[in-house]
Design a binder for this molecule. Structure first.
Ligand code: SAM
Length: 196
């Protein structure tokens, strides 16, 4: 589901960039620092700030961004060119990534899954493309927050909470390495794919 006007304003703001470059890497790093020199994928990459953050902090061997919204894909592509980051950015859907099984070592998905009507399908698809020992870094926004802002930013009705997200993750050979949530409104999860 594409962003509303207000949500687009927030995700393209300097405040979002500040959080993406400083707060989220710090929060993830408390659990597990990004593995270095691996194949990384940012699902729902938006304007590419997350890709820039990954390029700086994970120094990936390969970097791919996927987003549903062609306008955000164009912004991310322009950002990669401007910053000289050799990333591929393309339009696509979190629930059907069109990638081979086990082809990436790091997945970031920062505020994307709650936009996907079939959010369980998006979790399963991320798990499928993650290689054995690969790590998934999630930031998600939950039902109570989404209901409170529904008039400003409508989201698919299939909303979820932190516990439901954790339960879904563990159905797909993923072990939760660490997680936290804030008042049931939003949370962070780092999970690793098992060896087999
Ligand atoms: C809240 S924004 C977050 C963007 C960026 N990750 C960030 O942290 O600033 C959610 C992004 O997910 C994208 N999105 C929504 N539904 C999607 C889907 N089914 N597949 C891929 N991307 C999707 C939106 O276009 C938007 O760019």
């Amino acid at each position: 589901m594409k962003l509303s006007f207000w949500e687009r304003l927030v995700v393209n703001s300097p405040l979002r960039a500040f959080s993406l470059h400083l707060l989220e890497p710090w929060a993830f790093g408390q659990i597990l620092a990004f593995p270095q020199g691996k194949r990384a994928l940012d699902i729902g990459c938006g304007n590419g700030q997350g890709l820039a953050m990954l390029a700086a902090r994970a120094k990936p061997a390969k970097l791919l961004g996927i987003d549903l919204d062609p306008a955000q894909v164009a912004r991310a592509q322009a950002r990669m060119v401007a910053l000289g980051i050799p990333a591929t950015v393309r339009q696509g859907r979190a629930e059907e990534l069109l990638l081979a099984d086990g082809c990436v070592d790091i997945i970031t998905s920062l505020g994307c899954i709650h936009h996907v009507p079939n959010w369980r399908g998006a979790v399963a698809e991320s798990a499928r493309v993650l290689a054995p020992h690969g790590v998934m870094y999630l930031l998600e926004f939950y039902r109570p927050l989404l209901l409170a802002i529904h008039w400003l930013a409508p989201h698919p009705p299939a909303r979820f909470g932190h516990t439901e997200l954790l339960e879904e993750i563990t159905k797909h050979k993923l072990q939760v390495l660490g997680q936290w949530q804030c008042l049931g409104l939003f949370g962070v999860v780092v999970a690793q794919k098992s060896a087999t």
